[in-house]
Design a protein around this ligand. Structure first.
Ligand SMILES: NC(=O)c1ccc[n+]([C@@H]2O[C@H](COP(=O)([O-])OP(=O)(O)OC[C@H]3O[C@@H](n4cnc5c(N)ncnc54)[C@H](OP(=O)(O)O)[C@@H]3O)[C@@H](O)[C@H]2O)c1
Length: 307
């Protein structure tokens, strides 16, 4: 079995070692060394040239959960399944990050820090939990994991997805028609949608205005789902209280971007949930074994939907 591996920069050695250990029967070529027709290609943001030189025969594995960059490559073969990572160690990290953001907002940590700076001793009134809804945009692998992590804290949980869901303790909203009622009671809005033609620019002036006054926005999905200027306007105008952002339209975030120094924005450098090489290699190896036995696998990307 021939595998073409084109891993994230700086992770070549780790990926090769993890894959060789998980799939010792495979012959692994690391890009730019490329067999013309490998059985499988494992790629992360590949150069367009890769698919001109190598035509994977059985499947293309995307070494991350989001596939928008891969699907945008014109030379991507359309007759081979594209398979993405599912969780692979990211769900627990996402749960931690979002819980941090939600508790920081609920316990008004920023207000206490401001009071400390001003030398003020002033306990604040408790916010009733029943009035502090957490809305999760996208209820897939990561959205569900975040809901499970938040469940013990007792916030009203709601989720918005394309198709209706049935999950205990989570109110399900589906489709565009239910977006406004979903947003209207989300005191913290957590974005875990994929970047697709349908979701790009979804979080705009109208969406922010529909959130309750004083809401917080947490974007851990993709930067292009948020309209940057509209977010800044909603924060400056006082309708939104804060935003915690991990992903941006351009990464690294350009040095002159207003997000860097905005007093109501906390940002992290796309670090909320990183791919864990060993977990991911084991998942890919397990799926390759299933495919070799003629069995089905999960995580196949629906190219028409874009995720
Ligand atoms: N910041 C980071 O470090 C990081 C790490 C990993 C992933 N991510 C991002 O997180 C995203 C989500 O990952 P995942 O594994 O949870 O993906 P997933 O399992 O594919 O879940 C996607 C969810 O979004 C919903 N959705 C998609 N398009 C929609 C639309 N137009 N309207 C309403 N709902 C829509 C889907 O609805 P249905 O359930 O009805 O299909 C599904 O619930 C990835 O695409 C990636 O961009 C970021």
């Amino acid at each position: 079995m021939q595998i073409l591996l084109q891993p994230p920069r700086d992770e070549g050695h780790a990926w090769r070692a993890a894959l060789a250990s998980a799939l010792p029967e495979a012959a692994i070529s690391v890009w730019p060394d490329a067999p013309a027709a490998p059985d499988y290609a494992l790629v992360w943001k590949p150069p367009a040239e890769l698919f001109a030189r190598a035509r994977p025969v059985k499947a293309i594995f995307n070494l991350g959960a989001g596939v928008e960059v891969l699907l945008a490559i014109p030379a991507l073969p359309d007759d081979v399944p594209v398979i993405r990572l599912e969780d692979a160690g990211m769900a627990a990290q996402m749960g931690e990050y979002v819980t941090l953001a939600v508790l920081r907002a609920y316990r008004e940590l920023d207000a206490y820090v401001a009071q400390q700076r001003a030398g003020r001793w002033q306990p604040r009134l408790r916010i009733p939990k029943s009035a502090f809804g957490v809305g999760i945009l996208g209820f897939g692998v990561l959205g569900r994991a975040v809901a499970e992590t938040l469940a013990p804290f007792g916030f009203p949980l709601r989720a918005w997805s394309l198709s209706r869901k049935c999950a205990p303790g989570v109110e399900s909203f589906a489709g565009r028609a239910e977006l406004a009622p979903f947003l209207a009671a989300s005191q913290v809005l957590v974005c875990l949608l994929p970047s697709t033609p349908e979701t790009r620019g979804l979080l705009d002036r109208t969406a922010f205005a529909t959130l309750p006054r004083g809401a917080h926005v947490v974007n851990v999905a993709r930067g292009d789902i948020v309209v940057d200027e509209d977010l800044i306007a909603a924060l400056d105008g006082g309708h939104l209280a804060g935003a915690m952002l991990d992903v941006f339209r351009v990464e690294p975030l350009p040095s002159g971007h207003p997000f860097w120094h905005h007093p109501r924005i906390t940002l992290t450098p796309h670090a909320s949930a990183v791919t864990l090489v060993e977990d991911a290699a084991l998942q890919v190896a397990g799926k390759i074994r299933r495919l070799e036995r003629g069995e089905s696998v999960t995580g196949i990307v629906d190219r028409a939907r874009g995720y």
